[in-house]
Structure formats: structure tokens, C-alpha cells
Write a protein that binds this ligand. Structure first.
Ligand SMILES: [Zn+2]
Ligand SMILES: [Zn+2]
Length: 213
């Protein structure tokens, strides 16, 4: 699977462009001109069919209206985070000097949904609430790749639960669930991509969350 990691600055969330027969973008960050420019250097932006938002926080979707306008791609998000988009406080848009969304997602996601990449494989939606109610991870089974949003980060990191809709107990349950998965590459919502024993790193995140949360 060809994955491009796109990040405009340390303050912005990661976006991932998956190049496949049906290309997909996972999160977009906040800088539309930067990401559109990067995409143009890789594929025809209008080839992107779907933009998956890992959750409702603005740093992951601030640029999505412009990016979806330029690409024609559908915006999809888990059903439990859809209402955050239009709430400038819950989405943290106000914190980033942004505005609440005026778009509506084209499709709402649920646990175990599949996003087709057009090559007999897809991304499985894994509902991992805790950081927000509708946080998701996306799993690509053939390559054991986990796109983890803000649920788990490399090096033992895990999502904060002190923002609107956060829940420590649910985050622990989500981390426990992820430790049961076989992960070869971790693509987190912030920080670097890691192929250095991601399953071990996720176990460490669970341990640290149990200890310090
Ligand atoms: Zn977040
Ligand atoms: Zn984030």
C-alpha cells in the first residue's frame, strides 16, 4: 500500500494520502493550499473519492471544506462525532481561531464499516472512543497498518481525555482493544509514522494510560 504522510507544521495534524485504485485521504489538517499542493505532486486531486476524518477536532479537518471542494471527495466521519463539526467549542475550532463547519458529512461511519480502496482491500473502521465519542482507527489488514488518529501515538503516547466528550474509561477500553491487534505500521494523527514494533508501543501506551491517567 502506498501511503504519503503529509504534515504542514508541528501544530497541525497529520494527513495521509493512500494511493490506490480508489484513493482515500485520512484527515486533512488545517492548511488547504499546502495539502492540495502536496497531493497534486502525487496524484490528480480529483481522483480522491473519500476523505475520512478520524474524529471531530478542528486540527484534523480545518481544511476539509476547501479540500473537498477542490477534489470533489465525500467527507465521512463516525456518527458519534458528526455533531462536533458544527460546534466551535466541542470541535476546538475556536481554540485554533477557526470556525465551526458549515458542511455536512456525506456519509456517517459505524464500527466495522469498510472503506473500499478498489483493489480487493479496504480500510476497516474500528470505533475507539475516549479522546472523543466518535474517534476511529482505520485498519488495513493486508499490510497490518493502523491509522490511529488521536487514540494512540508512537512511543507510548495516547489521546487526552480532558476535552469535551473525552472519557478516560472508554479510552482505556479502546487501548485494550488495540493491544489485541496485529500492527506492523502505526500512522498516528500527530508525530511520526513508526514500524518499530507498533504492537509493543501500543501495549506501552495502555500501561502508561493505566498508570498516569
Ligand atoms: Zn483530537
Ligand atoms: Zn489531534
Amino acid at each position: 500500500m502506498e501511503v504519503h504522510h503529509i504534515n504542514s507544521s508541528p501544530y497541525d495534524a497529520n494527513a495521509y494520502l493512500i494511493v490506490a485504485p480508489r484513493p482515500v485521504l485520512i484527515d486533512v489538517g488545517m492548511n488547504a493550499s499546502y495539502i492540495l499542493d502536496r497531493i497534486s505532486g502525487i496524484i490528480e486531486p480529483t481522483d480522491i473519492e473519500t476523505i475520512i476524518l478520524t474524529h471531530g477536532h478542528y486540527d484534523h479537518w480545518g481544511a476539509v471544506e476547501e479540500v473537498s471542494g477542490s477534489t470533489g471527495a465525500d467527507i465521512v466521519i463516525h456518527t458519534d462525532d458528526a455533531s462536533m463539526l458544527t460546534d466551535s467549542v466541542a470541535s476546538a475550532a475556536a481554540m485554533f481561531s477557526g470556525q465551526a463547519a458549515s458542511f455536512s458529512p456525506e456519509r456517517l461511519l459505524h464500527e466495522s464499516d469498510n472503506i473500499d480502496l478498489g483493489n480487493d482491500s479496504g480500510l476497516e473502521v474500528i470505533h475507539t472512543p475516549g479522546h472523543t465519542p466518535g474517534c476511529i482507527c482505520l485498519y488495513h489488514a493486508p499490510t497490518k497498518s493502523l491509522f490511529s488518529g488521536d487514540t494512540v501515538f508512537q512511543g507510548g503516547g495516547f489521546g487526552r481525555t480532558d476535552l469535551a466528550g473525552g472519557n478516560q474509561h472508554r479510552l482505556l477500553e479502546s487501548l485494550e482493544r488495540l493491544t489485541g491487534m496485529n500492527v506492523d505500521v502505526l500512522y498516528p494523527g500527530h508525530g511520526e509514522v513508526s514500524a518499530d514494533d507498533p504492537s509493543g508501543q501500543i501495549r506501552m501506551s495502555l500501561q502508561l494510560a493505566r498508570t498516569y491517567m
